[in-house]
Design a binder for this molecule. Structure first.
Ligand SMILES: Nc1nc2c(c(=O)[nH]1)N[C@H]1C(S)=C(S)[C@@H](COP(=O)(O)O)O[C@H]1N2
Ligand SMILES: [Mo]
Length: 261
């Protein structure tokens, strides 16, 4: 995260403070009354709460001119999945790739890359901020996620979208299997106009290091909220029963679920 964002975050939290949150009434009381939360979780909730107050659901993340695109864009985390199912798809330039869309929807479906490319697209030049302290500006093109959700039709119980990836990560112990990378976002972020399933970066097909054939862009959040190597998207009502129960691979290791910047 950049210094500026840290300052902004501190400003937001400092400006409101716990007293402020309580003074806001119902929602503040609800947030403060939850028991058993650790300080990290409380801070996470407060940031989400303040950001949701200050930004309308559709506020856009800053976009930049082409001249601002970074000369190099670091690839982080998994950069070349070794899993057999992924390698088989990659060997065939992802011609057989199908994104699965299901869960709490009326019409589950699968969609190929050429079908995704035939949908209306959005191109955006945005800054990617990794929690580890680096940033890069890149251009992303993809299908708005809301188009797929509208096609699938959400059931009334729908609350989150779960993204499952092909790549596996380190596990804490030798006894537990290596978990797959996964992430979740709420429906506000899922329907945000800059939330896209990106298949192009810098005007060319997304390379393997950056998540080929498809990765999520959620521009108002940190890098780890943007899963690469997407295998499926699943509409769910709760992520408590998914893997470590915290809503994402990095969240299960202690990172904030709402990684707003
Ligand atoms: N499937 C998957 N998605 C992932 C990761 C990963 O290891 N696996 N790393 C995350 C992190 S921490 C960051 S900063 C970005 C990095 O994206 P990039 O490689 O395009 O820079 O991807 C995110 N999405
Ligand atoms: Mo990251």
């Amino acid at each position: 995260m950049k210094r500026k964002n840290l300052d902004r975050r501190r400003f937001l939290l400092g400006g409101l403070g716990l007293g402020g949150a309580l003074a806001l009434g119902g929602c503040g009381r609800l947030a403060a009354s939850r028991t058993g939360q650790n300080a990290l979780q409380a801070g996470d909730d407060a940031t989400q709460f303040v950001q949701r107050l200050l930004m309308t659901p559709q506020t856009l993340a800053p976009e930049f001119p082409a001249s601002a695109i970074s000369a190099s864009f670091y690839a982080n985390g998994t950069t070349d999945p070794g899993e057999a199912d992924y390698k088989a798809l990659a060997a065939n330039q992802f011609a057989d790739y199908r994104l699965k869309v299901g869960g709490l929807v009326t019409t589950p479906f699968e969609i190929s890359l050429s079908e995704l490319r035939a949908l209306p697209s959005r191109t955006q030049i945005t800054r990617h901020d990794c929690v580890e302290g680096w940033s890069a500006i890149g251009q992303w093109t993809g299908a708005p996620l809301h188009l797929l959700l509208e096609r699938a039709g959400l059931k009334p119980e729908a609350r989150y979208v779960l993204f499952r990836c092909f790549d596996t990560m380190d596990s804490d112990s030798l006894d537990t299997p290596r978990p797959h990378y996964y992430e979740t976002v709420d429906l506000v972020d899922a329907y945000h106009p800059q939330t896209i399933l990106a298949y192009d970066m810098g005007g060319a097909a997304l390379g393997v290091p950056h998540g080929a054939p498809l990765r999520l862009r959620v521009e108002r959040q940190l890098g780890y909220k943007m899963p690469k190597y997407l295998k499926s998207i699943e509409v769910i009502d709760s992520f408590a029963a998914v893997d470590g129960g915290k809503g994402g691979y990095w969240e299960d290791q202690g990172y904030d679920w709402y990684a707003g910047i």
